[in-house]
Design a protein around this ligand. Structure first.
Ligand SMILES: Cc1cc2nc3c(=O)[nH]c(=O)nc-3n(C[C@H](O)[C@H](O)[C@H](O)COP(=O)(O)OP(=O)(O)OC[C@H]3O[C@@H](n4cnc5c(N)ncnc54)[C@H](O)[C@@H]3O)c2cc1C
Length: 550
C-alpha cells in the first residue's frame, strides 16, 4: 500500500521547514510528508493526489497566509479529501477564529504556535488524529470481500457486523459489478446463496451466521476464565466505563456484547457534546478507544448476547445465547435501549431492504446521489441527516411536530439550516411502505394531505425502548421495562418484598443484591453519553462495597 500522506501548508518557508522536519522525525517511516507554500498550491497538490488515488491522512495548515487563509483552505479541502484530518496552526491571537473554524471548516483540532516541544504539544494530538483516520480508512483492497445484494437483509446484517467491529472489508454489489459475479462463479455458487464473505487467505463463508463470522475474524466467543468478579452486560458507554474502572481497579471483568463496543453511540455519526472533544468524536471512535482502554487494563470482551440471568446464593450466572453461562459475584446490566420500530404496513417486510434503524454509517455510501428519507426530529435523526447530506443528493427529514426546536439541540438545528440539501418537512408522517423485494415508495401524510412518493431508503429514528424481557422477574422494572435501582426501588416508602438484606440497596443496585444497573436502561436515567459513562463508573464503586461485604 502507498504510504498515506501528511501535507503541511505555510507561506513562511522557515516555519514550513520546521513543521516538515518535525513530522518526518516522528511519522516519516509510515507516512509521506509533503509541503505546500500556499492554500492554492496545497489544493492543486490534493487534486493531483486524488487523480492518482493516493491516500491523504492529515492536513496541517497555518492560518495567516496571503490569498487564502488556513480556514479557507481546510474548508475547500473537504471537497477533495473529506476524510483527511484537518489541523489549523494558529497564533494565540487567532484562537477565536480557530474555535469558529471547528464549526465552519469542520477542523478536527487547532494548535497554537510555537509547538515546542513537539513531544508534548504536537505528536500526542497528531498521533490521536492519525489513529482515528486509520480506523476509518479502507485501503485499496487485499482484505475481506463481501459479495451481496444491496436490498438483502442478510447482506445488510453482515456489513453492519463487520463495520461495527471495525473489520475493514470491500463490498461488491452483485447488481452492478461484473467482478462480483465472477467471484461467485469461481466458487460455483449462485446469487441465491448470497451473501458471500471471502477472506484474504482465499477461504470463504456462504450466508454466514454471526458466530461463524465472529470466529473467523478473530472475535472471542468463549470466556477465558472460570469465574469473574464482575460481568458487564452491554458495551455501550455505560458498560465500557464500568469495564475501564472495574478492570483498572483490579476486578476480574468480563464484558458480554454481541455487537462492536460503542452501543447506540456507535451508530451516531458525530457526538459533539461529549466533554473534552471540542470538534466532536464519532461514536465508533469513542467505542474503539474505550474498548482499547478497557482491554489494556485487562477487561475481557465476549461477542455474545446475554439471554438470561440466574441467581444462586452469592453467585450470579449470565446465560449466553450459545447456551453457556458465566459465573460472577457482581453483574452490571447496561444493555441500553433499542430503536423503536415503525408499525406501518410494509415496514417489517422491508426492514434491511430499504428501511433501516440507526444504520446511518453503514448505508450512507450506498445512497450516493440518491434522495433519502429520515424520520424523526431528535438529535439522532439530525446527526444522521447531516451525515447522509455528504453522500445523498437530497435528504428529506420527516418530523411529526411543528419543527425541531423542542426536540433537537440548537447546534444541530443550526447546521441543518446551513446544509442546503437537507429539507425539513414538519407535521409529516409515514403511513405505508411499498415494494416487493426492496423499498420502492412511501405513502406520506403532511399538512397538504396524503401523497405517494418514490423512495429507496428510509432511515428511522423514532425513539427507543429497553430490551429487558430476557431478565428474570426478580429484577424489578417500571411499566415501560426500564430497570429500577437504588431509591427508585422503594414504592410507597417500602422496599420490594424480595429484598432480604439488612441494608438499603446501593444507588444503582437493582432489586437483586449484587446486580447493578447503569445507563439508558435505568428508570429515570438521562439519555446521554456522559451520563451513561458516569453511571458505569459510579456503579463500580458500589460493586466494591458489595464485594467488601463477602
Ligand atoms: C443516533 C444517536 C445519536 C446520539 N447522539 C448523542 C449525542 O450526540 N450526545 C449524547 O450525549 N448522547 C447521544 N445519544 C444518546 C447516547 O448514545 C446514549 O445515551 C448512550 O449510548 C447510552 O449508553 P448505554 O451504555 O446506556 O447504552 P447503549 O449505548 O444503548 O449500549 C448498550 C449496549 O448493550 C448491548 N446489549 C443490548 N442487549 C444486550 C444483551 N442482551 N446482551 C449483551 N449486550 C446487549 C447493545 O448491543 C449495546 O451495544 C445518541 C443516540 C443515538 C441513537
Amino acid at each position: 500500500m502507498a504510504r498515506p500522506i501528511l501535507l503541511a501548508v505555510d507561506d513562511d518557508v522557515s516555519v514550513l521547514e520546521a513543521v516538515v522536519q518535525d513530522l518526518r522525525r516522528r511519522y516519516g517511516a509510515t507516512y509521506r510528508v509533503m509541503r505546500a507554500a500556499s492554500g492554492q498550491a496545497a489544493l492543486d497538490t490534493l487534486a493531483q493526489l486524488k487523480t492518482r488515488h493516493e491516500p491523504v491522512a492529515l492536513l496541517l495548515s497555518d492560518q495567516r497566509m496571503p490569498g487564502m487563509t488556513g480556514v479557507e483552505f481546510l474548508e475547500k479541502s473537504r471537497e477533495i479529501y473529506p476524510e483527511a484530518r484537518r489541523v489549523l496552526l494558529t497564533a494565540y491571537a487567532d484562537t477565536e477564529a480557530a474555535i469558529q473554524a471547528i464549526n465552519t471548516a469542520r477542523i478536527h483540532y487547532y494548535l497554537n504556535k510555537p509547538w515546542d516541544p513537539p513531544e508534548e504539544k504536537l505528536y500526542p494530538v497528531l498521533t490521536d488524529l492519525l489513529e482515528d483516520w486509520i480506523a476509518g480508512y479502507q485501503p485499496p483492497f487485499e482484505g475481506i470481500r463481501v459479495v451481496g445484494h444491496r436490498w438483502s437483509l442478510k447482506d445488510h446484517e453482515v456489513r453492519t457486523f463487520l463495520s461495527r467491529n471495525h473489520v475493514p472489508y470491500r463490498w461488491l454489489d452483485i447488481a452492478g459489478d461484473e467482478s462480483a459475479l465472477n467471484l461467485l462463479k469461481d466458487r460455483q455458487l449462485d446469487p441465491a446463496q448470497l451473501p458471500l464473505v471471502i477472506f484474504s487467505d482465499g477461504t470463504f463463508l456462504v450466508d454466514p451466521e454471526t458466530d461463524a463470522l465472529a470466529a473467523k475474524v478473530g472475535l472471542r466467543l468463549q470466556a477465558a476464565q472460570e469465574f469473574y468478579d464482575m460481568v458487564v452486560v452491554g458495551a455501550g458507554p455505560a458498560g465500557l466505563a464500568a469495564a475501564v474502572y472495574g478492570a483498572s481497579e483490579g476486578l476480574r471483568t468480563l464484558v458480554v456484547e454481541p455487537e462492536a463496543p460503542g452501543g447506540q453511540a456507535g451508530s451516531s455519526s458525530r457526538i459533539e457534546n461529549y466533554l473534552g472533544f471540542p470538534s466532536g468524536i464519532t461514536g465508533a471512535d469513542l467505542g474503539r478507544r474505550a474498548h482499547t482502554q478497557a482491554s489494556r487494563f485487562g477487561a475481557e470482551f465476549l461477542t455474545q448476547r446475554a439471554c438470561g440471568l440466574r441467581i444462586e446464593g452469592q453467585y450470579r450466572f449470565v446465560q449466553l445465547a450459545d447456551g453457556r453461562e458465566v459465573p460472577s459475584h457482581v453483574v452490571l446490566l447496561a444493555p441500553g435501549v433499542q430503536y423503536r420500530k415503525l408499525t406501518i404496513p410494509g415496514a417489517e417486510r422491508l426492514t434491511g431492504r430499504g428501511i433501516y434503524y440507526g444504520a446511518a454509517l453503514v448505508e450512507a455510501v450506498a445512497c450516493k446521489d440518491e434522495e433519502v428519507y429520515v424520520v424523526g426530529g431528535a438529535n439522532s435523526a439530525g446527526q444522521a441527516a447531516l451525515h447522509f447530506a455528504k453522500f445523498a443528493r437530497k435528504v428529506m427529514m420527516l418530523v411529526r411536530g411543528e419543527g425541531l426546536s423542542a426536540t433537537m439541540s440548537k447546534y444541530l438545528i443550526d447546521e441543518i439550516e446551513r446544509t442546503s440539501n437537507v429539507v425539513l418537512e414538519p407535521k409529516a408522517q409515514v403511513l405505508e411502505a411499498f415494494g416487493e423485494d426492496r423499498l420502492e415508495g412511501l405513502k406520506l401524510k403532511g399538512p397538504s394531505g396524503e401523497r405517494v412518493v418514490p423512495a429507496s431508503s428510509l432511515f428511522v429514528f423514532i425513539g427507543a425502548e429497553p430490551g429487558t424481557g430476557w431478565l428474570p422477574s426478580s429484577i424489578l422494572r417500571d411499566d415501560k421495562g426500564f430497570l429500577l435501582a437504588g431509591p427508585d426501588l422503594r414504592s410507597q416508602g417500602r422496599l420490594p418484598e424480595g429484598w432480604r438484606e439488612a441494608r438499603e440497596p446501593f444507588l444503582l443496585e437493582s432489586s437483586v443484591p449484587g446486580v447493578f444497573v447503569a445507563g439508558d436502561v435505568r428508570h429515570g436515567s438521562v439519555k446521554r453519553v456522559a451520563s451513561a459513562v458516569g453511571e458505569g463508573s459510579i456503579a463500580v464503586q458500589f460493586a466494591h462495597q458489595y464485594l467488601a461485604g463477602f
